[in-house]
Design a protein around this ligand. Structure first.
Ligand SMILES: NC(=O)c1ccc[n+]([C@@H]2O[C@H](COP(=O)([O-])OP(=O)(O)OC[C@H]3O[C@@H](n4cnc5c(N)ncnc54)[C@H](OP(=O)(O)O)[C@@H]3O)[C@@H](O)[C@H]2O)c1
Length: 264
């Protein structure tokens, strides 16, 4: 299958490690050019240098930014657009909110997650959709969580905020009405990244036992009986932003090994 990503360019949020980095790497493998981002500039530069060596310096642009800052998303997208000439895809992603029960989580943490994930998603859309409409093609993808379909234990803020992002994404897909601009969500289940190690440690501290035992409990819940690898999520994200996914719009696609018990 031809994905049609050769020569296309885009921005992947939160991509100095974890799921975002796995997605950036797969996009580069398919011939796209990618702006990667993260707050830790030194780490980001190191990752960009390694990717540039593998895929070519002109196809990798590091943009260090805290995407929770009010103007950061506009500035980062402007830099990527200036560098590549135009953008055909944008993937809204950043680090997840702190773990903990909903009520015990501070209002400050709720507010920060609201700003980073929900208002951040809106900022990606406000910036990219007019640009996509004008050029006659575009893919906007929000990376959220399987928590949209089934709330996850000890992730109160994530459970609350991700649902808002899914509602926004669906609304945008209904409002957009351009035949070649799609807006979708991808919902990772438990996937082996630093974030998941942190969540296992937080849950072990809260419930007792070791992080290893938390992983065993998670695996027992998943019909495929294992935690995903980042590349398994990344390949689906790459498909959703490709030309090949031309008639997929307004979906919230779980890549969770069957974890969610929801029918749809
Ligand atoms: N892994 C899973 O099992 C799983 C499951 C469901 C949902 N998710 C969600 O998927 C997203 C990605 O997860 P992950 O596992 O890849 O997380 P991760 O390993 O923690 O990586 C997060 C990435 O985002 C960057 N980042 C964090 N906060 C940022 C900010 N404010 N501005 C810009 N960049 C930022 C990080 O770099 P810096 O720290 O340098 O900024 C890093 O590159 C998260 O929202 C997570 O909650 C993950």
């Amino acid at each position: 299958m031809e994905l049609g990503l050769k020569g296309k360019s885009g921005f992947v949020g939160g991509s100095s490690r974890g799921l975002g980095l796995a997605i950036a790497r797969e996009l580069l493998s398919e011939g796209a050019s990618v702006a990667i981002s993260g707050r830790d500039a030194a780490r980001l530069e190191g990752v960009a240098a390694a990717l540039a060596q593998e895929f070519g310096a002109e196809r990798v642009l590091p943009v260090a930014a805290d995407l929770a800052e009010p103007t950061a998303i506009d500035n980062a997208l402007a830099r990527a657009r200036d560098h590549f000439g135009s953008l055909q895809f944008g993937i809204a992603n950043a680090g997840g909110p702190p773990a903990g029960p909903a009520i015990a989580s501070s209002e400050g943490d709720w507010q920060r997650a609201f700003d980073l994930h929900l208002i951040g998603a809106l900022r990606f859309a406000r910036n990219l959709l007019p640009h996509f409409d004008e050029q006659g093609f575009g893919r906007l993808l929000f990376l959220t969580s399987v928590a949209v379909k089934q709330p996850l234990p000890n992730l109160g803020i994530s459970n609350g905020i991700r649902a808002g992002v899914a509602g926004l994404a669906k609304t945008l897909s209904l409002e957009s009405r351009h035949p070649a601009v799609t807006i979708n969500c991808i919902l990772p289940g438990y996937t082996r990244t630093e974030r998941l190690d942190e969540l296992a440690a937080a849950l072990a501290a809260r419930q007792g036992g070791t992080p290893g035992e938390v992983f065993e409990r998670w695996e027992a819940e998943i019909p495929l009986r294992r935690i995903a690898r980042p590349d398994e999520l990344a390949r689906v994200a790459v498909f959703l932003v490709s030309e090949a996914a031309s008639y997929i719009n307004g979906v919230a696609l779980a890549v969770d090994g069957g974890l969610s018990r929801a029918l749809l």
